[in-house]
Design a protein. Structure first.
Length: 244
């Protein structure tokens, strides 16, 4: 198994690199562009990505959020400015309203209006496969970055993920299905007897979860867990670990 420091170095490198590449890839997580493609009868690369995220969540939960999401990478950069945990509030239900409002209902309406998909275009709304090179695309790009920035600075640690991200709901749904059927899947597990209550896991959790309580009560499954492994890697007693 990789050493804790090396694992987190790899994770942070991947997720920040994902953000750096966002000018080339943002159409794949842009809901308006996915809906626009569907309204033209085109299954875009972004729609294919959403389908793959749901399928992957059946086996690895929200691993994407912790390791590869460009929005997550930007928010973790902002930890240097606002590292307060996101507060527990009813606002966390906002993303469950945003999912049907921003993705599901508009997508189904677009599909119905065109009578279904007639083509697949993995590079839809790009110019030479670069997202921001398409005329006008930079406006959508900067609006999305500004939106992420506002949540990160005002909402605390991964504020956008906690309160607003509709894409997270896709993976939460997949993980919920897995938990009901309980087939083997990547997860965090804990040995409660090893826990000394130091709270390093809770203090360092990017999602602001009360991890020490999860460990002590033997309930590690949480819809907001992004399987980043930070809690496992900072635990001095090695009370938390990955398993399948």
């Amino acid at each position: 198994m990789k050493s804790p420091l090396r694992r987190q170095w790899i994770r942070k490198t991947l997720i920040i690199l994902s953000f750096v590449l966002l000018p080339a890839t943002f159409v794949y997580i842009s809901c308006p562009i996915i809906i626009r493609g569907a309204s033209e009868g085109i299954a875009t690369g972004g729609l294919i990505l959403f389908i793959l995220l749901f399928a992957s969540s059946l086996f690895v939960g929200r691993l994407w959020c912790g390791w590869l999401c460009p929005a997550g990478g930007l928010q973790e950069i902002y930890f240097a400015i606002n590292n307060r945990p996101a507060k527990e509030s009813r606002l966390k239900w906002l993303k469950y309203i945003m999912f049907p409002a921003i993705i599901l209902i508009p997508l189904l309406s677009a599909i119905q209006s065109t009578g279904g998909f007639s083509a697949i275009d993995l590079f839809y709304y790009t110019e030479h496969a670069i997202s921001i090179a398409k005329p006008g695309a930079y406006i959508i790009f900067f609006v999305q970055v500004a939106f992420l920035t506002a949540f990160a600075l005002l909402g605390g640690r991964r504020g956008f993920c906690n309160y607003f991200c509709p894409i997270a709901v896709i993976m939460i749904a997949g993980r919920t299905i897995r938990n009901l059927i309980r087939w083997p899947a990547l997860r965090l597990a804990a040995t409660g007897a090893r826990c000394t209550g130091c709270k390093r896991c809770s203090n360092d959790c990017p999602m602001g979860l009360d991890v020490v309580a999860m460990v002590q009560h033997g309930r590690m499954e949480n819809t907001e867990c992004i399987l980043c492994g930070v809690c496992a890697d900072v635990c001095p007693q090695q009370a938390i670990h990955f398993e399948i």
